[in-house]
Write a protein of this length. Structure first.
Ligand SMILES: Nc1ncnc2c1ncn2[C@@H]1O[C@H](COP(=O)(O)OP(=O)(O)O)[C@@H](O)[C@H]1O
Ligand SMILES: [Mg+2]
Lengths: 287, 241, 290
């Protein structure tokens, strides 16, 4: 029972972590909160589900297409809702992201209707026993894929030329420009990658809950936002840790404390942690 | 090689630079000295494109820089070692150096340059994997210079490289500048520390509240009574001795 | 038709009160709150509960709403106002979500069904009915609050608040007690939102958690930013526009929210400082280099 709850928590936590990576990277480079990150998650899920529903597209292709679509939505969002507002009060882009999020949600509502869509492909997932503990292969697959994406991101940021350039822009924009780094291009790249990861999370959760709907991104988005802050905003390992931690806490809290307050767990933990450690668990950017 | 003609620039309404003209010829070491707040950093920011020039012309290697973005300007061969070093603190020493060569396409040559630089400054090899922020001030300054050199600049600009360093580190940094000069690097050196700067420089300009009030050969400036009083602190010493 | 216009006017009035109170926090104390609707809800539920269970007369119910919402504001503000902006945004947002779930899960608040049969306000022999005098009650409260707000921001305290917003460290050096001011303003704004909640509850006569959720907090924030942070007139305009806009967009039926979102983004791109905000023109805009 406990192990099952832990595993449930890690699975949803992995999704929070993937979205939180998007928040944290974008915050790192622009100092802005992209409130529409949850809608990007939703967009990824919808595109994959629609493609699969045609019956013509293979699963991996649909998965990639969903991620790509999410990435493009993210890039477009930056162009329309953030770039024209550079240099204004930080609340202004926040509100414009909220506007974009309302827009995307209602667009999805118009195009796809309010009802849950089941995932079009049925997988033959079973429960296997590992070291005496039951493990659902679906959860195992989701966890493995999510950890794989995180590892890829970490390798990209640490070891590639563009990864390091993104970090440089986040640390010191002007000096990065002096190196010949085009900051706008790095911002676009950051949105591309962060949004692709959120899209992947959306598809995974669409499989996990067997439901895709226009408002599916709202709560995961907000919780991931908490996870990013919990981990120290701008801090990549922190976002991963924060996401997994919140997922587990939420799952255990719902099982052992109260299921009615499940959605409050993430925020309650965040508030408590911030009161004790205002900079988050790990340190954020610039410290 | 670099020519500024009546350049005005600044941050708010009133310009900080009220029309300055200067030039640097190939192979020269030129220094721009002035008190704190005179506008030296503003001048370098304007040349490197971080700040727009409001009036006047900036020309480098036959190209007009006034409306060019900084990320383009560096590709023409103009590199800046910024004030306060500004190394990328959480990135490794090697990553900092690689970013210095970000715009370059000649990957093989970049690798060779990196090896050469490490041979020249062993500290950059010893600390290769360490985060730049963990280095001492002097080591960071060497890293910042190395990073700029990785861009293979035709003109190297430095903003107060001796600022905040211990005396022996200042000597070390200036030894490096002398070496660079010997190897033919063209340098524009901004300093508050006029004594050190005028020793390496061929020529110098004196900036005061956004205007160039004096210029000439470094040796002449060292002898100039006004410079001695205001920037070399000679007057005080005579009183003391 | 008149009844409908009257209804819009009452709702706009309530939103104006809420937006003006939130603007005190954002525009004058330089803090962000993404959970302002929680205080609106706390006021609404308090007022409804004391009327239903203890038979409090309307003025006492409003007072209870004011005190309880203000106390909650103080309780949230005391520990959190030292956090930096972005963190405060998520903490207040989280507070809003938690309060919403409390309304949803407690027995006394009626769960998802909420509370019904909330009495209409009476003063002396006069009953303030939705189609009648209610608008007068709202407008009087609104004027009172606007008057108080104006005198506050014009006073010595208002100048201190602006100093804190514009340059916190300088304000501290000047001897202004920054934390005390921030907490005071946060508490005050929460109390005013509580009054708005009371006005809302006794107008609609039935309330449930839906009216006080995250989307309301966000709507309020949009009103303030759209109108112009730090401009009280701006908050009035922003609140009326965003309260009335959905009604005007209603003719577009399904496209209503879509247009709403697009308009919000568009307006901000055209006027990043808000409709009535003076704000600095962004420097980057002028000095942009190609
Ligand atoms: N980012 C800035 N914004 C506004 N004013 C600035 C900024 N940087 C420098 N200044 C002002 O410009 C003037 C020149 O500064 P600076 O170029 O840094 O001088 P220096 O490098 O010679 O010490 C100073 O009066 C300073 O206050
Ligand atoms: Mg300077």
């Amino acid at each position: 029972m406990f192990f099952q709850q832990l595993l449930n928590g890690l699975t949803t936590g992995a999704a929070y972590a993937l979205i939180a990576l998007g928040y944290t990277m974008i915050y790192g480079i622009l100092g802005l909160i992209n409130f529409a990150q949850g809608e990007i998650y939703m967009a990824g899920a919808f595109v994959a589900v629609l493609l699969l529903a045609t019956g013509q597209v293979n699963f991996f292709l649909a998965f990639l297409a969903g991620m790509a679509a999410a990435a493009l939505v993210g890039v477009a969002l930056e162009r329309v809702a953030f770039r024209p507002l550079r240099g204004s009060h930080p609340l202004v882009p926040l509100i414009s992201a909220i506007g974009a999020s309302i827009f995307l949600q209602s667009l999805a509502l118009l195009l796809f209707g309010p009802n849950d869509r089941p995932f079009p492909v049925q997988f033959d997932f079973s429960t296997i026993t590992v070291a005496g503990l039951p493990l659902s292969t679906l959860q195992g697959a989701i966890l493995a894929a999510a950890l794989g994406f995180m590892a890829l991101l970490v390798v990209f940021v640490r070891y590639t030329r563009y990864g390091k350039a993104i970090v440089a822009c986040a640390l010191d924009r002007d000096t990065a420009r002096l190196m010949g780094i085009n900051v706008d291009r790095m911002v676009t790249l950051t949105f591309f990658i962060g949004s692709a990861l959120s899209g992947a999370a959306g598809i995974m959760m669409a499989i996990y809950y067997n439901a895709t709907y226009p408002r599916m991104g709202l709560l995961p988005g907000l919780k991931a936002f908490s996870a990013a802050i919990l981990g120290g905003v701008g801090n990549i390992p922190g976002a991963i840790l924060g996401g997994l931690l919140l997922g587990v806490a939420e799952s255990l809290g719902a099982a052992y404390v109260s299921s009615g307050f499940k959605d409050a767990t993430a925020f309650a933990i965040l508030i408590l942690v911030l009161l004790i450690r205002p900079q988050g668990i790990l340190r954020g950017r610039g410290d | 090689m670099l020519t500024l003609k009546s350049v005005q620039s600044g941050y708010g309404r009133a310009p900080v630079l009220k029309g300055i003209s200067l030039h640097v010829r190939p192979g020269e070491v030129v220094t721009l000295i002035g008190a704190n707040g005179a506008g030296k950093t503003t001048a370098l920011s304007t040349i490197s494109g971080l700040l727009p020039a409001r009036k006047g012309a900036i020309e480098f290697a036959g190209q007009d820089l006034t409306r060019m973005r900084p990320e383009r300007i560096v590709t023409l061969g103009l590199a800046l070692v910024p004030e306060g070093r500004r190394v990328f603190r959480t990135l490794s020493v090697t990553a900092n150096l690689e970013l210095g060569a970000f715009y370059r396409q000649d990957k093989k040559q970049v690798r060779r340059d990196l090896e050469e630089l490490r041979a020249r400054f062993p500290i950059l090899k010893e600390r290769a994997r360490q985060a730049a922020g963990t280095l001492s001030g002097g080591e960071q300054q060497i890293l910042a210079i190395g990073r700029a050199l990785m861009a293979r600049p035709k003109l190297l600009m430095l903003d107060e490289p001796s600022m905040g360093l211990a005396p022996q580190m200042v000597t070390r940094v200036y030894d490096i500048l002398r070496d660079l000069k010997k190897s033919g690097t063209t340098i524009l050196l901004v300093e508050q520390n006029a004594r050190a700067a005028l020793k390496v420089a061929d020529r110098g300009y004196v900036l005061e509240t956004g205007r160039i009030i004096l210029d000439g050969a470094a040796a002449e400036l060292q002898e100039d009574p006004e410079v001695q009083r205001a920037y070399l602190g000679k007057g005080y010493r005579e009183v003391w001795e | 038709m008149t009844a409908y216009l009257l209804h819009l006017a009452v709702l706009s009035g309530i939103y104006v009160i809420l937006a003006v109170s939130l603007n005190l926090i954002i525009g004058y104390a330089g803090q962000v709150s993404l959970g302002h609707a929680a205080f609106f809800g706390i006021g609404g539920y308090t007022s409804a509960l004391v009327s239903l269970h203890f038979g409090f007369p309307f003025p006492l119910a409003v007072l209870s709403a004011l005190v309880v919402a203000g106390t909650c504001g103080l309780g949230l503000g005391l520990p959190t106002l030292r956090l930096k902006e972005d963190y405060l945004a998520i903490v207040t947002l989280g507070f809003g979500v938690i309060v919403d779930l409390v309304f949803l899960n407690l027995e006394i608040t009626g769960g998802p069904d909420g509370l019904v049969n909330i009495p209409l306000p009476r003063l002396g022999g006069v009953v303030f009915r939705p189609q009648g005098l209610y608008i007068v009650l709202v407008l009087l409260t609104l004027l009172l609050i606007l008057g108080l707000t104006y005198s506050l921001v014009r006073s010595y305290h208002g100048r201190a608040l602006r100093a804190i917003r514009d340059h916190e460290t300088t304000a501290q050096v000047m001897g202004i007690n920054t934390p005390a001011y921030k907490i005071m303003i946060f508490t005050l704004a929460a109390a005013v939102a509580g009054v708005a909640g009371s006005l809302y509850a006794h107008y609609i006569t039935f309330i449930n958690p839906e009216s006080f959720g995250l989307h309301t907090s966000i709507l309020l924030l949009c009103m303030v930013v759209l109108g112009g942070m730090g401009s009280i007139a701006g908050s009035v305009v922003g609140a009326v526009i965003l309260a009335v806009l959905p009604e005007m967009l209603r003719q577009f039926k399904d496209y209503q929210d879509l247009l709403y979102g697009a308009l919000l983004v568009g307006l901000l791109i055209l006027r990043p400082q808000g409709l009535m905000g003076r704000g600095k023109l962004s420097l980057k805009f002028i000095t942009k280099k190609e």
